[in-house]
Design a protein around this ligand. Structure first.
Ligand SMILES: C[S@@+](CC[C@H](N)C(=O)[O-])C[C@H]1O[C@@H](n2cnc3c(N)ncnc32)[C@H](O)[C@@H]1O
Ligand SMILES: O=c1cc(-c2ccc(O)cc2)oc2c(O)c(O)ccc12
Length: 238
């Protein structure tokens, strides 16, 4: 049924972001002028990290802040912190008594951005946990007071585990709560024939394709895949 619809529905190409210039325009017109100074500072600092490319794209992050405000998010969880761009953005956006459980296996990258987070006066909202994410999610779920209580989650870690994260995060979210997944278009490779996709992208490409299909079939959530940054997918728990 699903695949029949895919092959028989006429395709009208209305894609907009077709050039680097257009992306630059979007960033320079609507994102950078509204980006907090502390976020600019963190982004600049991260450029000296060998994995700087992993930082969340500022346009996707700006959209995330929009959603955080829209749903009045107060209790959130982040899987994949790196130097803390999305973490700082969340901390700046939620109320002063809001709380973020932030998980990453790499404390050193978090510590690189920490002085900026401290200077911004939002560290008190953050509980950073240096760990693999799956066992921590398991521990959180063992405490009944956590189930169905989180307003928001951001998942931006090992793509191979996104399905595992989704199953656990859904149990942590309240009905109406939102989880956003980063990199769901993985540099556009999800829509490339396998033989044309760069070899280094193939592993995560298949993880992303599998995950996108999984979300599309998940009746527990409302979804929207948005072509900002590297592609983000928003899911609202029904
Ligand atoms: C793409 S980066 C996160 C970027 C971050 N959201 C930002 O705004 O800069 C991915 C992070 O996930 C972490 N990571 C990878 N596998 C993980 C796992 N199994 N559990 C927890 N963290 C993991 C990495 O250490 C890395 O810092
Ligand atoms: O180039 C990357 C790599 C990752 C990545 C690889 C392996 C992991 O266990 C976690 C993350 O993530 C990225 C990312 O989130 C991004 O926005 C751009 C590039 C990369």
């Amino acid at each position: 049924m699903e695949s029949k619809a895919k092959t028989t529905t006429p395709f009208i190409d209305k894609g907009l972001l077709q050039t680097t210039e257009l992306y630059k325009y979007l960033l320079e017109t609507s994102v950078y002028p509204r980006e907090a100074e502390s976020l600019k500072e963190l982004r600049a600092l991260t450029l000296s990290h060998p994995w700087a490319v992993m930082g969340t794209a500022p346009d996707a992050a700006q959209f995330m802040a929009f959603i955080l405000k829209l749903i009045n998010a107060k209790k959130t969880i982040e899987i994949g912190v790196f130097t803390g761009y999305s973490l700082l953005l969340t901390a700046l956006t939620i109320p002063d008594d809001g709380k973020i459980t932030a998980i990453d296996v790499d404390r050193s990258a978090y510590e690189m951005g920490l002085p900026v987070i401290e200077k911004a006066g939002v560290k008190h909202k953050i509980n950073f946990i240096e760990s693999e994410a799956l066992p921590i999610l398991g521990q959180l779920l063992m405490q009944p007071e956590n189930r169905g209580t989180f307003d928001f989650a951001f998942v931006d870690a090992d793509k191979v585990n996104y399905t595992n994260y989704h199953e656990r995060v859904l149990e942590l979210l309240r009905p109406g709560g939102v989880v956003i997944y980063d990199n769901t278009l993985w540099g556009g490779s999800v829509a490339m024939p396998e033989h044309l996709a760069p070899v280094r992208m193939l592993g995560t490409r298949s993880d992303a394709i599998e995950f996108n299909n999984y979300l599309a079939a998940d009746a527990r959530v409302q979804i929207s895949q948005v072509p900002l940054g590297d592609g983000i997918t928003m899911c609202r728990r029904l």
